[in-house]
Design a protein around this ligand. Structure first.
Ligand SMILES: CC(C)(COP(=O)(O)OP(=O)(O)OC[C@H]1O[C@@H](n2cnc3c(N)ncnc32)[C@H](O)[C@@H]1OP(=O)(O)O)[C@@H](O)C(=O)NCCC(=O)NCCS
Length: 186
């Protein structure tokens, strides 16, 4: 297993540094993905065994090598604490689009960290990767996530019914899209 998941550029804002993920982050990544509150509307159930973090790392490494996934660890600059993950995935350079995924430690919600991190990743997506469109697939009941993307300029483009089956629960998708020219940079 290589130590680095993949090399992504460091992105910085006043309170945050977004950097590459390495093997040393796996304990924190396990903690994030095993928090039932943070995983309530995720596409798979909360992890229950640390081995799941190691398996995830190996799977992601494969997609990173194809440049289909660009993952960042969100680190708080004041104490160097990893507080979340932001990812561009399903990156299609030919069609100039990608999906945005994110997860923040529930102890750090409500402080604008997600908004700050999202602006860095979206600026990178539009300016450096020259994408034209970024998408987000959100459970319509996940109001914090809907609020986050709407503040950034995303438009709700449709409702996809019964799209997810997670731990016996069926969920819809509120499908959001953001065009480069609509991005509210803040
Ligand atoms: C989605 C998620 C990242 C949003 O996190 P969040 O903390 O609510 O979002 P932000 O960091 O942008 O914080 C915004 C809130 O902080 C408040 N805030 C406090 N200080 C702030 C500051 N300096 N700047 C901006 N907002 C600030 C805002 O008023 C806002 O509150 P409101 O939403 O009640 O109006 C978080 O809920 C999460 O990780 N959920 C679990 C994973 C998940 O569901 N991911 C999405 C899958 S589609």
């Amino acid at each position: 297993m290589h130590d680095l998941l993949c090399a992504v550029p460091v992105l910085e804002s006043p309170r945050l540094q977004l950097r590459s993920i390495d093997r040393g982050d796996l304990d924190r990544i396990y903690a994030l993905h095993s928090d039932p509150r943070a995983m309530r509307y995720w596409s798979f159930p909360a992890w229950t065994a640390p081995q799941q973090a190691r398996d995830w790392f190996l799977r992601q490494q494969h997609f990173c090598a194809q440049e289909e996934v660009w993952p960042w660890a969100v680190v708080r600059r004041e104490d160097d604490r990893l507080i979340g993950l932001f990812t561009l995935f399903a990156v299609n350079r030919l069609q100039r689009r990608a999906e945005l995924g994110y997860l923040l430690d529930s102890a750090h919600w409500g402080r604008g960290y997600a908004q700050e991190a999202a602006r860095l990743v979206l600026a990178y997506a539009f300016d450096a990767l020259e994408l034209a469109r970024v998408e987000a697939d959100i459970d319509p009941r996940n109001s914090a996530s809907c609020r986050l993307v709407e503040r950034l300029g995303f438009q709700r483009e449709g409702l996809l019914r019964e799209r997810w089956h997670v731990a016996g629960e069926i969920a819809d998708t509120a499908f959001y899209g953001l065009l480069a020219r609509e991005f509210l940079r803040g």
